[in-house]
Design a protein around this ligand. Sequence first.
Ligand code: BGC
Length: 556
Amino acid sequence: MNPPDPRWYKDAVLYEIPVKSFYDSNGDGIGDLPGLVQKLDYLKDLGVDCLWLLPFYQSPLKDDGYDISDYYRIHPDLGTLEDFDRLIEEAHRRELRVIADLVLNHVSDQHPWFQEARADPASPRRPWFVWSDTDRKYAGTRIIFLDSERSNWTWDPVAKQYFWHRFYSHQPDLNYDHPPVREAMKEVIRFWLRRGLDGFRCDAVPYLFEAEGTSSENLPATHAYLKELRRMVDSEFPNRVLLAEANQWPSDVKAYFGEEDEFHMAFNFPLMPRIFIALAKESALPIRELVAQTLPIPASCAWGVFLRNHDELTLEMVTDEERDFMYHEYAKHPKMRLNLGIRRRLAPLVDDDRRVMELLHGLLLSLPGVPILYYGDELGMGDNIYLGDRAGVRTPMQWSPDRNAGFSRADPEQLYAPVIINPNFHFESRNVESLRRMPPSFLNWLIRQLRVRRRYSKVFGRGTIEFIDTPHPKVLIYRRSFEGTELLCLFNLARAPSAVELDLSGFRGYTPVEMVSEAPFPPIGELPYFLTLAERGFYWFRLDPPAASRPDDGPR
Ligand code: BGC
């Protein structure tokens, strides 16, 4: 690896991978770590910088590995510790970083900690969990998995008490009021960082502590403990990154950056649904408003910007009206809904509209923060709403038109989930091999766009953003600036072409250069600058200064 810049993550593009879904190296129908190693060259070629692996630990897999029964072991379906070490080595050799999920809030009820705790009230493990004789404590706390859970308390017949859980009732919450729990999780962190992991995506962090009379979310004690983890990571493992999964309102998520002493990164959860609202309403406003609310953040911190991930498209942090609108626009079939969200992949969500796919990625790759891609979305992969829970967006990666989409040599019925055969999204045409062979494919388009972004990663990752007003409510325009490089990004959210007149008087004499083709547009003069955009079209321009004032060392 190059000498590490401690802020490397700010210039990165992340790629999210469930190991079981990516590539099966041993023909058992389940993706594995050696399989992922075989596909690192693909990821390098795609143009991402850092992989985020979903939980690969020992687990009964009732929540796809977010129910951990041993933090120190790899699930045997996925490989061994040696395979993990090899993955890190091979990824680093290619200058790819790797972060992994860290589930702090809860464990599986199969974890020996819980088994010991429930078996004996006098066990030293008993206080590792949150017990109660009634199910009425912490009544102000919402239920997250609304479709399956009726309470955050479940009666345990062995313990003869209720235990507390924010997610499934097989996922008892750890009791962070108990110091040994806090220490135990630090040891888990040390174990994996010592093996060379570059950081963690920290799952469900708002819920670590609970308190009567509150929502039991974002509590001061939770922030204090997270800061403790950050201190430890910074002092013992420099140049690693901690990414917060805190699905909260803007001001509450921002708090997870602390004063540069908590998380380096946090997912921009509030922005994500607003992108889809803006698209359906053909209005720039929802994105503008949200970006304004989520900035500024401390200099060393970064938003994780994403369109889709392995969960349902969450609608917890929108108004009731916005949620109804989203369901109406994007989840017409009841099976598309789950809890407070929509369980669909990106391409099906936007009716596989190529222009919209490009527009959304144009936004994703240019908004302030670190873009996070979800495996398969680069192919416009389909989903399967008839699989349970969130399994429909976690089907096997599609590598080729061969059996099982080239994902596995197993019998098709042995796959952990069926491949996508819906004619509109069939793997026979929607796979890496076929799409790479077709120059105009979405995959090739995205690879080109990622290469352009890489040349300007500092501007996109570290630069300022300024919105440019236009009387046209359907066109979103912003300027990204960093150390003398000026980029202008325009997005036409309308279903019809749009013409805009821009006040670019501050850039008189500059030439807008379209960044993918390097095609120069007419220089900016005295009059307002006039541009037309195709329906759902977008442009990224670099504003080149007049020759006389051109800096000679810009990233051009
Ligand atoms: C993960 C989910 C998981 C839940 C419980 C999350 O927020 O993203 O996939 O089910 O935590 O661990």
